[in-house]
Design a protein around this ligand. Sequence first.
Ligand code: MD3
Ligand code: FE
Length: 170
Amino acid sequence: SPFRHMTTPGGYDMSVAMTNCGNYGWVTDRRGYRYTDRDPITQNCWPEMPNTFYQLAINAAREGGFDQFQPDVCLINRYAVGAKMSLHQDKDETDFAQPIVSLSFGLPAIFQFGGMLRSDTLKKVLLTHGDVVVWGGDSRLVYHGILPIKDGDHRLTGPYRINMTFRKSG
Ligand code: MD3
Ligand code: FE
């Protein structure tokens, strides 16, 4: 399942390249945002989520106070220099009591997070290589985004930032 630039329902190609592993994967096209059990490019199942990833996500969630987390999706975002993710909420999952665990690798990013309204004031946080964040409870449905990635060269990822988010789709 290669990285690919998916199309938003509004018809824009995302600057972030994405793929997934796990029983489900997050996709977007002209028909909307959703989770699928197959990769629309290969028509195969998404690659299996490595057990090491699964255990890391569960352990992080537990440390964050969520002991029932069993992710069935790992969405992998690849940002080249200049790529960004506009302000959005993650609401394609069914149970918002389940957190989202994120891992960041490679080039740093300025993460913006606001509140329940798009118009709420934004705070900026630098996400750097190795950061693990658990987003749950009151933070689960806040608006958030990633500012355009600045030019750089990371010893492990070169000119890219990689973010993985572990989710429970349904
Ligand atoms: C806060 N990804 O894939 S990860 C996404 O760095 C996404 O690629 C960003 O937003 C990235 O949807 C941010 C951190 C994150 C993920 C989900 C959240 C923060 C969140 C859900 C609710 C609140
Ligand atoms: Fe998000």
